[in-house]
Design a protein around this ligand. Structure first.
Ligand SMILES: Cc1ncc(COP(=O)(O)O)c(N)n1
Length: 246
């Protein structure tokens, strides 16, 4: 089965991150991508700009895509503000799909991409919603101080499940040296710690969070369970970090 995956994300024209990275990951996982830009961005070495998408166009693009067939999964990347969020949500009403929510409000260089607050993300919670915060985003969502250990990540993942997410993947890529590297998946009352080796990341290989969430959406859309979907998506990102290709 070829999953049809809606990608709601910011357009970054070089494809290092954002919508074009998402499309590459979904196609590499054997899915069909429906790419709807929530914002236009420019992210160079000295240049930075974000312009939110018109909510009317966003609604029309999601509605038009649904007229051609079902969506099996939706990946939420950058959503620049509350009006894009509520419009996309309304256009997805009654869609029978997993949602993968990447709560990305800043680029890895610290530039602000979104005005959404934890309250907006917590309002997206539901039994078929998998949220993929890194350690900093998990602390931000929960209103907690910084998380520094695998145990902190486990507690945060469980706490976010308590808030109504069907599954939570706390990405431990930024754990301090010495803590090793571990992602923590909590779902259905279980918590799974997935350890890994830290890979050197060439600076141009960005968008790992985008690719992880998009590969995950493709897998969930095909009917793979959360744990196997996360393992496949982690392998996808490892391959990307090693080779620079999806
Ligand atoms: C449009 C868009 N989406 C997501 C990211 C995060 O990616 P990164 O963490 O590599 O900066 C980004 N920089 N731009």
């Amino acid at each position: 089965m070829r999953p049809r995956v809606l990608l709601l994300a910011g357009l970054e024209p070089t494809g290092r991150a954002g919508l074009l990275a998402d499309v590459a990951a979904v196609r590499a996982r054997g899915g069909d991508a429906v790419a709807v830009p929530t914002a236009q961005t420019a992210q160079g070495s000295h240049t930075f700009a974000v312009v939110p998408a018109s909510p009317r166009m966003l609604a029309a693009q999601v509605t038009a895509a649904r007229e051609w067939g079902p969506l099996h999964a939706v990946k939420w990347g950058v959503v620049p503000g509350p009006s894009q969020l509520s419009t996309a949500r309304a256009a997805l009403k009654d869609a029978d799909a997993w949602w993968v929510v990447d709560p990305v409000v800043r680029s890895s260089r610290g530039q602000v991409l979104s005005r959404l607050t934890p309250r907006h993300y917590l309002a997206l919670a539901g039994p078929r919603v998998l949220v993929t915060p890194n350690l900093e985003e998990a602390a931000w969502l929960l209103g907690q101080p910084a998380l520094g250990t695998v145990e902190d990540a486990q507690e945060a993942a469980e706490a976010l499940c308590q808030r109504g997410f069907g599954a939570v993947l706390v990405k431990g890529g930024h754990l301090p040296e010495g803590q090793g590297l571990a992602d923590v998946l909590a779902f259905a009352g279980r918590t799974v710690v997935m350890r890994g080796r830290r890979l050197k990341r060439p600076p141009e290989r960005r968008g790992t969070g985008c690719r992880l969430a998009s590969a995950l959406a493709a897998e969930l859309g095909r009917g793979t369970g959360p744990e196997a979907a996360v393992r496949a998506a982690r392998e996808h990102v490892t391959g990307y970090l090693r080779t620079g290709r999806d």
